[in-house]
Write a new protein. Structure first.
Length: 212
């Protein structure tokens, strides 16, 4: 198995940390004129591959050791929390017309449906909404809870799950997105969204030749 190859930005981060560590993610981002969020996948890869060490409240520093990890180990160590997106949620009583508008406004393909406690009750995909639009009914009169896929049939993941586990669920269930949830006394709080795009981005971050 081949050792992991770094992309240009990852090389740049490594140089910054070598010269300035310990340094926070925020400070690295400032030097590169990027946001901390943009850098998160690269920092995760560098840490998982053993190039960098990270200490809470101290920052990143160069580990000095040779990266012991090959690409398979790195992939197995990639976590949902490092690649997830912001979830777009709607309430159960929102009507189908407004849900469609929401999907366009937020430029997402999957909406998560929540109850009054902000806990997960359903999922709405593009085709769920399209199917309803084929009917002759007035879309403003149909609440989304009528057409959504509902709990307990929702496939979800947790922020500390491996990305491989989440990707396996996406493929096995033939779906585009998983809600990232956190257990709560009232139910499952939606804290993120993991889509096939996130998996593709993670895949790209393993390559040396991409520019994000
Ligand atoms: P699309 O229907 O736009 O191709 P998906 O493949 O994601 O999008 O959805 C297919 C079906 O699976 C839809 O009926 C949707 O409600 C349901 N679905 C989507 N995501 C999930 C999920 N995480 N858990 C359970 N069902 C889901």
């Amino acid at each position: 198995m081949s050792p992991i190859e770094l992309n240009k930005r990852q090389e740049e981060i490594l140089r910054i940390v070598k010269g300035n560590g310990p340094i926070t993610g925020e400070q690295i981002a400032d030097r590169l004129n990027l946001t901390r969020a943009t850098l998160r996948p690269d920092l995760a890869i560098l840490t998982m591959a053993g190039f960098l060490d990270a200490r809470p409240r101290v920052g990143y520093f160069y580990s000095g050791k040779k990266p012991g990890s090959d690409i398979t180990d790195t992939m197995n160590n990639m976590k949902v929390k490092d690649f997830q997106s912001i979830p777009i949620v709607v309430r159960e009583d929102v009507n189908v017309y407004d849900a469609i508008s929401q999907m366009f406004l937020d430029d997402v393909g999957t909406l998560f449906v929540v109850d009054k406690n902000a806990c997960l009750t359903g999922v709405l995909s593009r085709k769920d909404l399209l199917r309803t639009s084929l009917g002759k009914q007035d879309l403003t009169t149909i609440p989304v809870h009528i057409i959504m896929t509902r709990m307990p049939n929702i496939t979800y993941c947790m922020k500390n799950d491996s990305l491989i586990k989440a990707a396996t669920r996406l493929i096995n269930r033939q779906i585009d997105a998983l809600p990232v949830v956190q257990e709560h006394p009232e139910g499952l709080k939606v804290i993120g969204r993991l889509t096939k795009t996130n998996i593709t981005r993670a895949f790209l971050s393993l390559s040396e030749s991409h520019e994000l």
